[in-house]
Design a protein around this ligand. Structure first.
Ligand SMILES: Nc1nc2c(ncn2[C@@H]2O[C@H](COP(=O)(O)OP(=O)(O)OP(=O)(O)O)[C@@H](O)[C@H]2O)c(=O)[nH]1
Ligand SMILES: [Mg+2]
Length: 199
C-alpha cells in the first residue's frame, strides 16, 4: 500500500474542513474553526493501487498556530492551497499562501489550488484552469453541492503517483549504474567483489 500525506492550507473560513468532510463522509454539516491541525485517514483504490491518504487539515489562523504547521510542509507529499471562489486568484492573501507553500515544501511535493464555495458564484466560470502566475492546476469546487471535490483529490493523487513513479525510475537507474560501475573498480584492485553494492 502507498501512503500519501496531504496538507490542507489557506485563509481561515475559506472552507478547507468542509471540503474534507464532503470528500470523506459525503456530508455537509457546518464545521467549527480548526484549532491547530486535524488528522484524518482515508483509504482509496485508484489506478489498480491501494492508497492510504493522511490528511492534515490546518487552521488558517497562522498568526496563532503558524509554528505548529511548519513541520508539516516538509512531510507532505501533496499540498492543497485553498481560497474562497468569490475572491480573485490574484488576491495578495492567496498568493502569500502559495508562496509560503513553495518556500517550505520539498522538491517532490505536489501542489494544487482549490477554490471553494462555487455555489456562491452566479456567473459561469471554468472549473479547471492553470494559475496565471504560479502555473499550478486550479480547480473550482463546492462542498455544498459536492461539485469537483472527488475530482480535485484524484488530480492530486495522480500527480503524487506520477512523482513516485519518477522517483522510483531515478532510483532504479542509479542502482543499475552502481552495479555497472563496480566491476570496473576491480581491475586495479586486488580485492574481489562477490556481490553488488546498492548505494
Ligand atoms: N456556500 C458555501 N459555504 C461553504 C462552503 N464550504 C464551506 N462553507 C462555509 O464556510 C465557513 C467556513 O468553513 P470551514 O470549512 O470551517 O473553513 P476552514 O477553512 O476550515 O476554516 P479554519 O478551520 O478556521 O481555517 C462555514 O460556515 C461553512 O459552512 C461551500 O462550498 N459553500
Ligand atoms: Mg477548518
Amino acid at each position: 500500500m502507498i501512503r500519501f500525506n496531504i496538507l490542507l492550507i489557506g485563509e481561515t473560513s475559506c472552507g478547507k474542513s468542509q471540503f474534507l468532510q464532503r470528500y470523506i463522509n459525503d456530508s455537509y454539516i457546518k464545521c467549527t474553526p480548526t484549532v491547530g491541525i486535524d488528522c484524518t485517514c482515508h483509504d482509496v483504490y485508484i489506478n489498480n493501487t491501494d492508497i492510504r491518504l493522511l490528511f492534515w487539515d490546518a487552521t488558517g489562523n497562522i498568526e496563532r498556530f503558524g509554528n505548529i504547521i511548519e513541520d508539516y510542509y516538509k512531510r507532505a507529499d501533496g499540498i492543497i492551497i485553498f481560497k474562497n471562489a468569490t475572491k480573485s486568484s490574484k488576491s495578495l492573501v492567496f498568493n502569500n499562501w502559495i508562496q509560503l507553500a513553495l518556500d517550505k515544501k520539498t522538491p517532490n511535493t505536489q501542489l494544487i489550488l482549490v477554490s471553494t464555495k462555487q455555489d456562491l458564484i452566479l456567473r459561469q466560470i471554468d472549473n479547471f484552469s492553470i494559475h496565471p502566475i504560479h502555473k499550478l492546476p486550479h480547480i473550482i469546487t463546492s462542498a455544498k453541492t459536492g461539485n469537483n471535490i472527488q475530482y480535485s483529490i484524484e488530480q492530486l493523487i495522480n500527480l503524487m503517483l506520477d512523482k513516485t513513479h519518477e522517483i522510483n525510475i531515478q532510483l532504479q537507474s542509479k542502482n543499475s549504474e552502481t552495479i555497472a560501475l563496480l566491476p570496473k573498480q576491480k581491475n586495479n584492485s586486488t580485492k574481489c567483489f562477490d556481490c553488488c553494492v546498492i548505494l
